[in-house]
Design a protein around this ligand. Structure first.
Ligand SMILES: [Zn+2]
Length: 155
């Protein structure tokens, strides 16, 4: 299976979106232990340095409950895989495009800042609730820049 990635650059950082793709088989699509992620990738045999060339991978994901004294927490380790564990097809992940979305990102951040100011200044409870809702929606939009999800073509 082949996955095309779009690299988004904004605000001195970057993230990835993927173009719509078809899974090589249903089994891998329904396998809850297989994740497509750019997070928590276990570094096998080398230092993991974030040099800007790090791209999301298909991984097998293991979640373990770790107990230590009184504490207990869940730890997830993701191990990158190059081949589908179900049908054996090679998994190819390619960055096909790089888009600078800084302008859009900064514009949204500014809008949020202004709305938040208005929200704090208003005396009307109704107006405040409305503004809060708008800020919440903007937050969502801003956060979505970081999500590894399907590329819709533009921001
Ligand atoms: Zn497969």
């Amino acid at each position: 299976m082949k996955i095309d990635l779009i690299k988004l650059k904004f605000n001195d950082t970057y993230s990835y979106k993927y173009k719509p793709f078809t899974y090589c088989c249903d089994k891998v699509q329904n396998d809850k232990a297989i994740v497509f992620t750019g997070e928590d990738i276990n570094d096998i045999g080398g230092e993991h340095e974030d040099d800007g060339n790090f791209i999301p991978q298909f991984c097998t994901s293991h979640t373990e409950v770790i107990k230590s004294y009184e504490d207990e927490w869940e730890q997830t380790d993701n191990y990158p895989i190059q081949f589908c564990p179900h049908c054996g097809e090679k998994i190819e992940i390619l960055v096909v495009d790089e888009i600078d979305v800084s302008d859009k990102y900064n514009e949204l951040s500014k809008q949020r800042e202004n709305l938040w100011k208005r929200c704090q200044r208003t005396d009307s409870k109704k107006k405040e609730a409305e503004l809060r809702e708008q800020v919440r929606r903007l937050d969502n939009q801003i956060n979505s820049f970081y999500w590894l999800d399907e590329w819709k073509g533009e921001y």
